[in-house]
Design a protein around this ligand. Structure first.
Ligand code: FES
Length: 146
């Protein structure tokens, strides 16, 4: 049987997402935002090359990510990788979460098309920004407690 590509005669590159990626895109985990009173860290990052944006909230208890939520204004690759990132980070210590790389996210998804790999950075950078924000708030809290 002809593939749709052969039928249409379209010769450009086609993105083949595996089932895991499609599952995380169509049913993203941890989507939404955390209320202000539960937010211990917040990150907002953008990818200047495509204009996509990512917001991420964390709630931290005993230096462990208890809750995590994200909102992505991005492509399917950004949504699927951000969803997997939050699934990997939830329940991890801050130190473990800080070490999650874009390669870890892509590997956990079983791969992603080569030219969508940069999308996996968006979630990782947003998590790192949220962790930095958590550190800042914690340091400010300690200052106040002096
Ligand atoms: Fe921008 Fe995927 S194309 S994050």
């Amino acid at each position: 049987m002809d593939t749709p590509n052969e039928q249409s005669g379209y010769a450009g590159p086609v993105l083949f997402y595996n089932e895991e990626v499609i599952d995380h895109f169509t049913n993203p985990r941890n989507v939404g935002e955390l209320p202000e009173e539960e937010t211990d860290g917040f990150g907002l990052v953008g990818d200047p090359s495509c204009g996509d944006q990512m917001k991420l909230w964390i709630s931290v208890k005993s230096e462990r990510i208890e809750k995590i939520a994200f909102k992505s204004f991005g492509c399917p690759g950004a949504i699927a990788t951000s969803s997997m990132l939050t699934a990997l980070a939830k329940g991890k210590s801050i130190e473990e979460a800080r070490r999650i790389s874009d390669d870890d996210v892509v590997e956990a998804l079983g791969g992603i098309p080569e030219r969508k790999k940069h999308c996996s950075l968006l979630g990782v950078l947003a998590l790192q920004a949220a962790i930095k924000d958590w550190e800042k708030r914690r340091a400010a809290g300690k200052e106040e407690g002096k």
